[in-house]
Each structure stands twice: as C-alpha cells, then as structure tokens.
Write a protein that binds this ligand. Structure first.
Ligand code: ADP
Length: 176
C-alpha cells in the first residue's frame, strides 16, 4: 500500500529492513546505542563493526531523539538510530516520544539531503508499545512531515511480521 503526500510517497512493505536500498534505514536503538536484540541486533550484524564504532563515539541518544552513522556493509548508506519509548501504560509521555522519534529521524535525513528512508515499527517489539496506537502515531508523524517538507521523496515502513503489517495497513487506510 502507498499514498502520496505532496512530494513524498509513503509506503508499507513487509520484510527485513537490513535489505532495504533506501538512502537510510532507521534503527530502533536504545539510549546507550549499545546494540541488542530485535531489529537493532539485525542491523549491527548485517552492517558490521563500523556502525558500532561510530555509535561508541557518539555515546548515546535520549529517547525521542535521533543520531546518524554510516551504513557499513548495508546497501543503505546511512543508519539513523532513534530511541522509541518503553511503553509503561501510556501516561508517561509515550505518544509524544514515539512521534518525536519519527519526526527527528526525518529531520535528520532531510538535513543530510537524503531522499529515501525506511523505518521499522519502533517500540513495537521489546519496548511493548500497542501496535495499533504505535502504527497510528508513526504514520501520522510521517504524513505531517511530508505535508510540511518536500526533500524526502520516499518514506517506507518495513514491517517484519504479518500481524504488524496488517495493523499498519488498517491504520494507514484510516489516515489516507
Ligand atoms: P523496540 O525495542 O523499539 O521495541 P524491537 O527491535 O524489539 O524494537 O522491535 C521493533 C520492531 O522491529 C518489531 O515489530 C520487530 O518485529 C521488528 N523487527 C525485528 N527484526 C526486524 C528486521 N530485521 N527488519 C524489520 N523489522 C524488524
């Protein structure tokens, strides 16, 4: 499924984000940029040690913010590391932080002059965010960004499992 918002196409895809050929892929990192399980581990395994070497130099990233490194061995030239919130019931500012993780990643990509970016379902794994709410926030943040900015031509949401893909599709249909 895809839809156009001004100069930007927003798409949903199923699969493994480490195989994406967009200018940047986004990592659902932790505040220490220490690597880990889930998509974070997959990106470091596929991209090799150059990514972690840069993460160590950067040192960390607060929740809701984003930093950028090389893509190492990946097809994508860059990895944007953002930190989504750990879901603690929804009254701890989680929604604002999740929206910020998307928006700050997009701003960083635009600042670097990148034209295409792929996101995983940030916070939807170990961090426990309810997927319907997370999908709505993710897509709404990207649509708002696309309506206000025109440097990024493609934003792709790469969903790893069928359930997450289906929920993103349901929420996307409501927003288009
Ligand atoms: P978080 O800690 O932000 O919840 P996770 O990595 O645990 O991050 O999960 C985020 C989402 O990424 C989950 O939907 C998970 O299924 C998905 N995921 C895991 N591996 C990959 C991958 N290789 N490509 C794309 N998405 C992935």
């Amino acid at each position: 499924m895809k839809a156009q918002f001004n100069a930007t196409s927003i798409e949903l895809a199923a699969g493994d984000i480490t195989l994406e050929t967009t200018d940047a892929i986004v990592n659902a990192a932790n505040e220490h940029l220490a690597g880990g399980a889930g998509v974070d581990g997959a990106i470091h395994r596929a991209g090799g040690p150059a990514i972690m070497a840069e993460c160590r130099k950067i040192g960390g990233c607060p929740t809701g913010q984003a930093v950028i490194t090389t893509g190492g061995w990946l097809a994508a030239r860059y990895v944007i590391h953002t930190v989504g919130p750990i879901y603690k019931g929804g009254a701890k500012g989680e929604a604002g932080l999740l929206s910020s993780a998307y928006t700050n990643s997009l701003k960083l990509a635009a600042t670097k002059g990148l034209q295409s970016i792929a996101f995983p379902a940030i916070s939807c794994g170990i961090y426990g965010y309810p997927v319907h709410e997370a999908a709505h926030l993710a897509l709404a943040a990207c649509i708002e960004f696309a309506r206000k900015n025109n440097g990024i031509k493609l934003i792709r949401h790469v969903l790893f499992d069928q359930r997450t893909f289906n929920i993103f599709e349901q929420e996307f249909k409501k927003l288009v």
